[in-house]
Design a protein around this ligand. Sequence first.
Ligand SMILES: NC(=O)c1ccc[n+]([C@@H]2O[C@H](COP(=O)([O-])OP(=O)(O)OC[C@H]3O[C@@H](n4cnc5c(N)ncnc54)[C@H](OP(=O)(O)O)[C@@H]3O)[C@@H](O)[C@H]2O)c1
Length: 262
Amino acid sequence: MPSANPIAVVTGASSGIGAVYADRLARRGYDLVLVARRIDRLRHLADTLCATHGIKVRSIEADLTEEAGLVQVEELLHTDEGIALLVNNAGNGKLSSTADMSDADTAATIALNVVAPTRLARAVLPAFLRRHSGAIINIASVMAFHPLPITTLYSATKSYVLMFSRGLQGELANTGVRVQAVLPAGTATEFYDHAGIPLSAFDPAVVMTTENLVDAALAGFDKGEEVTLPSVHDVSLWDAYEQARSALFGATQVGTPAPRYV
Ligand SMILES: NC(=O)c1ccc[n+]([C@@H]2O[C@H](COP(=O)([O-])OP(=O)(O)OC[C@H]3O[C@@H](n4cnc5c(N)ncnc54)[C@H](OP(=O)(O)O)[C@@H]3O)[C@@H](O)[C@H]2O)c1
């Protein structure tokens, strides 16, 4: 029997931001598909959400850096017409200089942060466009516009997520299909255990709780925001940044070298 509720697919739902998205979307009446490698954690969360909210939850054990894992989720996105929301949340990033990072970590970060959200978005978009409805939430990062010496690769991948989202928003204008990019700053999750720098190394005053982060991001989603920066109080800073970006692009369209180069 097809699901009566809209279905949300959340990648990286076994901990942190993804687990809280799963909880908040369950409260909103979505059935869920939860994706991650740690299937025991997904099953535990699924049992809790089913019991608490009376929704249906499927758990998929998939490594999204592997072809087999990606294909498994892509096939679901291609075929399940009940899917109304994709949350591209799974992400990682070793905090290290580029020269010190291992080949394996470099490849995994690009695969998970760049290739996976791109392929999953491409998998779900044809059905969304046919139905003139559906939404994708891409979890980027404030590091997308601020590389530090230990975040070069991570920042570059999150910059991709932001630009991919901005491009899609232009493509999808007036189609009924939405894309929201969410740019968290420091958030209290297991991310830092895997990144190699403990959360305790950060000033607690600049770290947000996962619950506050997701609730603010969903408030931005409800407002129809294209880009949501949960921790930025003065949103005119983002508006000025976007205006400067647009003005800079306009200034490149002249076809002659700038006088300082001739
Ligand atoms: N925490 C922050 O300060 C912060 C700030 C800005 C942006 N973000 C972004 O927020 C997103 C969620 O991260 P988080 O902070 O919630 O960290 P987290 O608690 O470590 O969660 C990461 C999630 O991604 C999943 N994942 C990791 N590698 C995977 C793989 N190869 N295949 C499938 N799933 C995989 C993990 O599940 P398994 O290990 O079970 O596979 C986990 O569910 C990421 O995109 C991150 O870049 C976080």
